[in-house]
Write a new protein. Structure first.
Length: 324
């Protein structure tokens, strides 16, 4: 068995976290991306390849035992481009004998009627959810037909070091700056979240275990809590005296429309706003039982994320305290 692994789309948020996890666990890893930079770490090699180019991706996967598929089109282009991209990954991996582990999300489930397990029905709520469902089904059919061995790891909403989505700036960024942090809605509904480092390590775990393939897994999540409690914890740990304000549901949708004028991603978020207005709880017990990996304790993960945002915004605890 080759000891070389790869991350397709290894420069994105989940991809970079997965590369780091491979290195931390002593593996050799190849970073595959359209725009890849040299990496000085001894166990990391880089290859420039477009995930939509079968020939280039096939060449990039030569000698790779298992690859984590983190690449995806621009968020607003998933309905048109996600499934074709997955098909090209299947075509390339089948030529090289490389196993595939998909970094997936929860959109395919749609509106839940209870805690989400791996056996929950797939009833996507919108076009991006339908694309996610179709992509996952395509990969599992390829596994069943013997084209390529596939495992799927599903994560909840990402947060953590390195992730600078606009909505996380309004949460963690405002908290470290001592500004008002706004709850998008009442914040009463239970919600599960994924720390990006846990996602990376869990995806590596799937590549390491033969028993993971041919199946879907929920990656480790923190115990669910109402979003208002999570926001309160973030603000308290930031220690800046930031205040919290709630935003009515009608105003949230208006806010997305305004921010969508400047951010295509923010324009698309109303499709999955149900995840924040209704209980959205992920059951990761099957993964935990099988592999023994649990989510990072919430306070530890939040503190690390706050430290990232302080650095990102050029702040220190002292400067924030004096400004407050």
């Amino acid at each position: 068995m080759s000891s070389l692994f790869a991350v397709i789309g290894g420069t994105g948020f989940a991809g970079a976290a997965t590369v780091n996890a491979f290195v931390e666990r002593g593996h050799r890893v190849r970073v595959i991306s359209r725009h890849v930079k040299a990496d000085v770490r001894a166990k990391v090699e880089t290859t420039a390849a477009d995930a939509t180019d079968v020939a280039a991706l096939t060449q990039a996967l030569e000698g790779v035992h298992a690859a984590v598929l983190c690449a995806r089109p621009d968020y607003w282009r998933w309905p048109q481009e996600l499934v074709p991209m997955f098909q090209r990954a299947i075509d390339a991996a089948s030529r090289t004998g490389t196993r595939l582990v998909l970094c997936d999300n929860l959109y395919a489930y749609g509106v839940p009627d209870g805690p989400l397990t791996e056996s929950s029905p797939l009833r996507p709520h919108g076009p991006k959810g339908r694309a996610r469902k179709a992509g996952a089904e395509l990969l599992m059919r390829a596994h069943e037909q013997g084209q390529v061995q596939v495992a799927i790891g599903r994560a909840a909403d990402f947060y953590g070091p390195g992730i600078d989505y606009p909505n996380l700036k309004l949460l963690f960024g405002n908290a470290v700056e001592g500004k008002t942090v706004r709850l998008l809605g009442s914040g009463e509904a239970l919600h599960s979240v994924s720390f990006i480092k846990d996602v990376g390590h869990a995806l590596v775990t799937l590549t390491e275990n033969d028993s993971a393939f041919g199946d879907v897994w929920h990656l480790p999540v923190a115990p669910p809590m109402p979003e208002k409690e999570l926001v309160r914890r973030i603000v308290d740990l930031a220690g800046t005296g930031a205040t919290i304000a709630s935003t009515p549901a009608w105003a949230v949708h208006a806010l997305f429309k305004v921010m969508g004028l400047f951010s295509p991603m923010m324009r698309e978020l109303p499709e999955v706003q149900y995840q924040h207005e209704l209980p959205f709880v992920v059951d990761d017990s099957r993964f935990v039982k099988a592999f023994g990996q649990r989510a990072t304790p919430m306070d530890e993960a939040v503190l690390e994320t706050l430290a990232f945002w302080r650095e990102r915004l050029g702040l220190t605890r002292a400067s924030v305290a004096s400004a407050a």
